[in-house]
Write a protein that binds this ligand. Structure first.
Ligand code: ADP
Ligand code: ZN
Ligand code: ZN
Length: 733
């Protein structure tokens, strides 16, 4: 047999697949197998993408792979990886790297298998000794020995983990074994992410509301094949915040497992929405594998293997979990489907929501996308099911939009009064300001100089605690200036307020209530984010202030006030999604308030109180907003009524980026396809940039992507534009 192998190399120019003859001992090799292949002078890791009995390569030139690896991926995932490469203008190697076992491709011949280690567990005598050390015959147990026994009461532990946790040495553990209190066996090492303690409520199945029951049966019917075309299997669950969407996901997954099938649950980012993942773990226990970005390579590999071997049949994770190696897929859930994190920023720039649709269709599985603020794309294309009421029919909070024109501080008098009420009644509030740092920018009072990033055409943001001004685009930071380098003046003005400064105002206002800040500076890293959320959840009263992180799907039952500061700042971006984003952010924040018995209230501060996105968000009117948004998009030919491809050209020195962008624009010449630009973009990370947007009819999308790919290949090979580099983004966000 001949294996058609795609080598996993970063070289863009290398176009596989290449043929290799399989020797007899590699008879088990099939599509999805991983091979080490000789390639010129090199050894490369490759994936089998096809099998054939014949080859166009003359027999005497065909060579054999050096080695077949133990692990591989299902053929279905090979197809999906190659599809992503094609669809998002990437390379086969990069597309395939998405579906391979974690860690594969980093070393050519490393085999991927479970990690093994020694495990200790209690014998019956050991269990008795743990509860009553004096019952053990023979010499008295030492402190370390007792600690080790105590630690094993909850279940077996790796010997290494046990010695770390208790300070008992290996000799101590061996001594316990000799005395018949502990057995030591070789086993597979597994480490599970710890999501406990973030207020995951409702451990068991609840009695569903009528709306939940209807939503559930609609999904289950589609899982069972009640669909005429694959499109019919895609359900959009539009449920207001607090309508109990997670319970519907849980029971849909349970139904999927009952049918002997597997499920994938996509969540925006586990660090920001730990409750959802924790609820799945609670409900399904070991059947769940959780993948997230902060897992170490080995942990990720362990979870991947459990899925691959069918030991776990539910995968919960962020966008990359759409490539989980489960077989017999019955359901893909996409929680908070409006969330921007579903789009990958680096090559391949895939959208996990689109990939999920593709994978579900391939597998005959149902797709359930849920949110309180649907994307126009989903609203127009998916089957809608709605849950218009909160569980217990609790009222949606009253939303007031207040104008900020002429205000000097960041807080409106009405906001101040409302926060004082929260303080006096010892309640909880969430305040959203989508801007980090102390103040937006610094300027010289005497000559007007503005402090800018040397790498990017943006102003530097002042961070007071860190004592620095820094760039939010490239990470450049420098000390706070004490005088102006241009005119020598020592008078430096600070403009605008970010979360850091707002926190200080709130501390003064809410005293003695505690104030918790949640943003990328205050809570860097997963552990810190979980910690802030946990402390706010457990505090009897307090104020949570932060960036959009505070508006994610948290379920705190006792928040009575929500505040959005400068709600229309995001509307001023030159982006056709600005309205959609603003609506979602305000509506999501509003949804965090009033989930308990005391009800809730929301104040939205804005310059333009009449902005369409804010009016609809204040009225909890997603349908009205979407209707307006869709007719606007139709008129202007934007998604979902057209497909966009964005090309960004960049260069160190001005020149090549502009000429390259113009050359690409000239080459993309298709009937019905228009090109917007090229237009210059602000300098970023020391690179000049120019962009063009290709706008194609929805059913010409693949043709347009191919045309863009050919144009970029031709222009990048042309020496006239030397120094330019290119990035192509299909369905840019
Ligand atoms: P959503 O995701 O729609 O905002 P959640 O799934 O977080 O809503 O549910 C809100 C709260 O209501 C949760 O605390 C959940 O446990 C509870 N809940 C959900 N369904 C029911 C039900 N049928 N009966 C009682 N409580 C429920
Ligand atoms: Zn100056
Ligand atoms: Zn910068």
């Amino acid at each position: 047999m001949i294996a058609q192998v795609e080598p996993l190399t970063p070289a863009r120019a290398l176009r596989g697949p290449f043929d290799y003859r399989l020797p007899g001992e590699m008879a088990g090799v099939d599509v999805g197998s991983m091979l080490v292949i000789p390639f010129g002078q090199r050894r490369l890791l490759g994936v089998v993408v096809g099998m054939s009995e014949t080859s166009d390569v003359p027999a005497e030139r065909l060579v054999e792979p050096l080695k077949a690896l133990e692990s591989g991926v299902p053929a279905e995932l090979v197809r999906l990886g190659l599809w992503v490469a094609e669809e998002y203008c990437s390379t086969p190697a990069r597309g395939l790297s998405l579906v391979l076992p974690p860690g594969a491709g980093t070393g050519a011949s490393r085999s991927i298998g479970p990690r093994r280690a020694l495990f200790a567990s209690l014998t019956a005598a050991g269990r008795a000794a743990a509860s009553d050390p004096s019952s053990v015959p023979g010499p008295r147990l030492g402190g370390r020995q007792r600690a080790a026994l105590g630690a094993l009461v909850g279940g077996s532990l790796s010997v290494a983990g046990l010695t770390r946790a208790t300070g008992a040495g290996h000799a101590t553990v061996r001594a316990l074994e000799t005395r018949g209190l502990v057995v030591i066996e070789r086993g597979e090492l597994r480490s599970r992410p710890d999501l406990s303690g973030v207020g995951a409520r409702a451990g068991s199945d609840s009695v569903l509301t009528d709306y939940q029951r209807e939503a559930l049966s609609s999904v289950v019917a589609r899982m069972d094949g009640a669909a005429d075309s694959p499109g019919d299997r895609r359900v959009l669950l539009h449920g207001v915040t607090g309508s109990g969407k997670t319970e519907v996901y849980l029971q849909a997954v349970a139904a999927c497992l009952e049918r002997g099938r597997s499920a994938i649950v996509l969540v925006p980012e586990i660090a920001l929405t730990p409750q959802t993942a924790a609820r799945f773990e609670q409900r399904f226990g070991d059947a769940v594998a959780v993948l997230h970005s902060k897992l170490g390579a080995a942990e990720r590999r362990d979870e991947w293997l459990r899925l691959r071997r069918g030991e776990a049949r539910v995968c919960v994770g962020p966008r990359s979990a759409v490539f989980a190696p489960v077989s017999n897929l019955g359901l893909i859930v996409i929680d908070e489907e409006h969330d921007a994190s579903y789009k990958q920023e680096g090559d391949p720039r895939y959208d996990a929501r689109t990939v999920a649709e593709r994978r579900a269709a391939q597998a005959g599985a149902a797709l359930l996308a849920g949110t309180a603020t649907p994307r126009p794309e989903s609203w127009a294309r998916l089957v809608r099911v709605s849950m218009p009421e909160r569980v217990d029919s609790r009222a949606m909070p009253r939303v007031e939009v207040v104008g900020t024109a002429g205000m000097t501080g960041p807080l409106h008098p009405r906001t101040i009064a409302a926060l004082e009420g929260v303080r006096d009644r010892r309640e909880k509030a969430i305040v959203l300001l989508n801007r980090r740092g102390w103040s937006n920018f610094l300027s010289c009072r005497s000559c007007g100089r503005v402090w800018e990033c040397p790498q990017c055409d943006v102003t530097l943001v002042f961070h007071r605690a860190a004592g620095r001004v820094s760039c939010h685009h490239c990470g450049h930071s420098e000390g706070v200036p004490d005088s102006c380098p241009d005119c020598g003046s020592v008078s430096v003005a600070r403009h605008g307020a970010g979360t850091e400064r707002l926190e200080q105002d709130l501390v003064a206002l809410a005293d003695p209530l505690p104030v918790f800040r949640l943003d990328a500076d205050a809570a860097a890293g997963r552990g810190a984010i979980l910690d802030v959320l946990r402390r706010f959840d457990q505090a009897p009263s307090g104020v949570l202030v932060g960036t959009q992180m505070v508006a994610k799907g948290h379920d705190f039952p006792d928040v009575t006030l929500g505040v959005v500061i400068d709600a229309d700042s995001t509307l001023r971006f030159p982006d056709f999604r600005a309205e959609e984003r603003t609506f979602a952010l305000v509506a999501q924040l509003a949804g965090r308030s009033g989930r308990g018995e005391r009800g809730g209230r929301v104040i939205v501060q804005a310059l333009d109180t009449d902005a369409r996105a804010l009016r609809h968000a204040a009225g909890h009117d997603a349908e009205g907003f979407l209707a307006g948004e869709l007719s606007r998009r139709q008129l202007l030919r934007y998604p979902p009524y057209a497909s966009l491809v964005r090309v960004v050209c960049s260069a160190r020195e001005p020149g090549p980026e502009a000429s390259a962008a113009a050359a690409i624009a000239a080459r993309v010449d298709l009937p019905g396809v228009s090109v917007l630009g090229p237009a210059p973009l602000f300098r970023l990370k020391g690179r000049e940039r120019a962009q063009l947007i290709v706008k194609a009819p929805v059913d010409e999308r693949a043709v347009a992507v191919r045309a863009v790919r050919r144009a970029v290949e031709a222009v990048s090979a042309d020496k006239a534009h030397r120094g330019a580099s290119y990035s192509v983004d299909v369905d840019p966000q």
